[in-house]
Write a protein that binds this ligand. Structure first.
Ligand SMILES: Cc1cc2nc3c(=O)[nH]c(=O)nc-3n(C[C@H](O)[C@H](O)[C@H](O)COP(=O)(O)OP(=O)(O)OC[C@H]3O[C@@H](n4cnc5c(N)ncnc54)[C@H](O)[C@@H]3O)c2cc1C
Length: 420
């Protein structure tokens, strides 16, 4: 093999019990990005193997929003019906001031002449991934395509990477297996072992706040009848996001960066303190899940290196304000899958360099820029600037052209129409 180099020293201790040669595209990671890439390739007749470290697909709910162009992609892959059936339609997004109430409401139905899906679908990412995985397995079993999903296969990294093949080091029940493959897609999430061992630099900034997400069984719309299913609530001290999913409400709170609470499940005291701020009283809530986590803006130097493509959180991360993480991962996945299928059939590899350029532009100029702008508006401390920002939002909502322009951008239509 024309190895560019031998990679990360940490792999030297992992001696293989055997080597396997797969004449298939290997996808590391069975999250939404990896599964969509696999399905896109499989539908184009390319044989695919997904390697997922878990015994089951990940169960955390995390992302919960699918924007219109992502729904278009899922429709083009034949998997939209169960998603529409199980998800909650949310055409409107409300922007509120925590002290003064509604500021502006933006409505995706302004785009009903541009997309068949002029709404968000609220459905947690674990359910989306499970639907796509079932669809892949059903099609594989029927013989419609050749796409296997191997669970309990942890990718430790890339041993070699060249212009014609890659070798991945995989932990399996029988021990370490080196898998040689002609193409590798890294979709193994924010801590990507593939990205790290391939030596692809990730440039990252950490936000000065940790985020706390709390899922509750109580109906927030019964307490605040004027809210929508998606609400961004500005406040200089404690901004909020209130999001409805089919089964519960989720509330996102900021925590000071030096807050001593560690990442992971939140303490009862922290949840009680934050939830008290919602209604100002000590009512009891039915808490379903909590999570404290650090938020970053990050992007890789390259989303293609030789026979490796990097997609989703493995390639870029952003604040969840705007709900663009899972969506941009799915959009990367379609772009990578469609282009790699063209190369598999003998087409020029320049389409993969174009994938790298376009998708990194989206990560920085759309996803990071917009999610960061959302964070700045929500927390603006200066009352004069805050009033001006809110007046501008209200004016945009009232003007049909500006309304349309804003919802096109926040729905990621602009980015997808020009950068897939
Ligand atoms: C609390 C929270 C809330 C969020 N809210 C939103 C939101 O509202 N909207 C939105 O769009 N985005 C949101 N995001 C971001 C979103 O969750 C991610 O952008 C999305 O999960 C990216 O999907 P992915 O498939 O690229 O990565 P992941 O979902 O992380 O999937 C990676 C997969 O790879 C597997 N894996 C990892 N390492 C290995 C390995 N070494 N070998 C094999 N398999 C491996 C994992 O088990 C997993 O199945 C949120 C994130 C968090 C943390």
């Amino acid at each position: 093999m024309d190895a560019l180099r031998r990679f990360d020293g940490s792999l030297n201790d992992l001696s293989p019990v055997r080597t396997e040669r797969l004449e298939r595209v290997v996808v590391a990671g069975g999250g939404p990005s990896g599964l969509v890439a696999a399905l896109a390739l499989a539908r184009e007749g390319v044989p695919v193997t997904v390697l997922e470290k878990g015994a089951e697909l990940a169960v955390e709910s995390r992302a919960s929003t699918l924007h219109p162009p992502t729904l278009e992609i899922l429709a083009s892959l034949g998997v939209i019906e169960p998603i529409l059936a199980r998800g909650l339609k949310a055409p409107r997004t409300q922007f509120r001031d925590r002290r003064h109430g509604p500021v502006a409401t933006f409505d995706l139905s302004h785009l009903d002449d541009e997309t068949s899906f002029p709404f968000r679908i609220q459905l947690e990412q674990n359910k989306v991934a499970a639907i796509i995985a079932d669809h892949i397995r059903d099609g594989h079993q029927r013989g419609d395509w050749d796409c296997e999903i191997r669970m309990d296969h942890r990718v430790h990294g890339v041993r070699t990477l060249g212009d014609t093949a890659a070798t991945v080091v995989v932990g399996t029940a029988e021990g370490i297996v080196d898998i040689d493959c002609p193409w590798l897609i890294a979709a193994d999430g924010a801590h990507s072992a593939v990205r790290r061992t391939a030596g692809v630099p990730l440039h990252e900034d950490v936000y000065p706040e940790k985020f706390l997400v709390v899922s509750i069984a109580d109906d927030l719309a019964a307490i605040f009848p004027d809210i929508e299913n998606v609400n961004y609530v500005a406040d200089p001290e404690q901004w909020l996001v209130l999001l409805r999913t089919p089964d519960h409400w989720r509330i996102l709170f900021p925590l000071a960066a030096d807050h001593p609470h560690p990442e992971g499940e939140a303490s009862d005291e922290l949840v009680a303190e934050c939830m008290r701020g919602i209604t100002g009283d000590d009512r009891s809530w039915t808490i379903l899940a909590t999570s404290v986590y650090t938020v970053k803006r990050a992007v890789v130097d390259a989303m293609r290196r030789g026979r490796l493509l990097i997609i989703g959180d493995a390639a870029h991360q952003n604040s969840p304000l705007g709900g663009m993480g899972m969506n941009s991962g799915v959009q990367d996945a379609l772009s990578a899958g469609r282009r790699l299928a063209e190369v598999w059939r003998g087409g020029s590899e320049t389409v993969l360099d174009e994938f790298d350029r376009l998708r990194r532009e989206v990560a920085v100029q759309y996803v990071q820029a917009d999610s960061h702008a959302n964070w700045l508006v929500l927390r603006e401390p200066d009352p004069v600037k805050r009033a001006a920002m809110h007046a501008d939002l209200a004016a945009a909502a009232a003007d049909p052209d500006r309304h349309r322009e804003r919802v096109r951008r926040t729905a990621m239509l602009d980015a997808v129409r020009s950068h897939l």
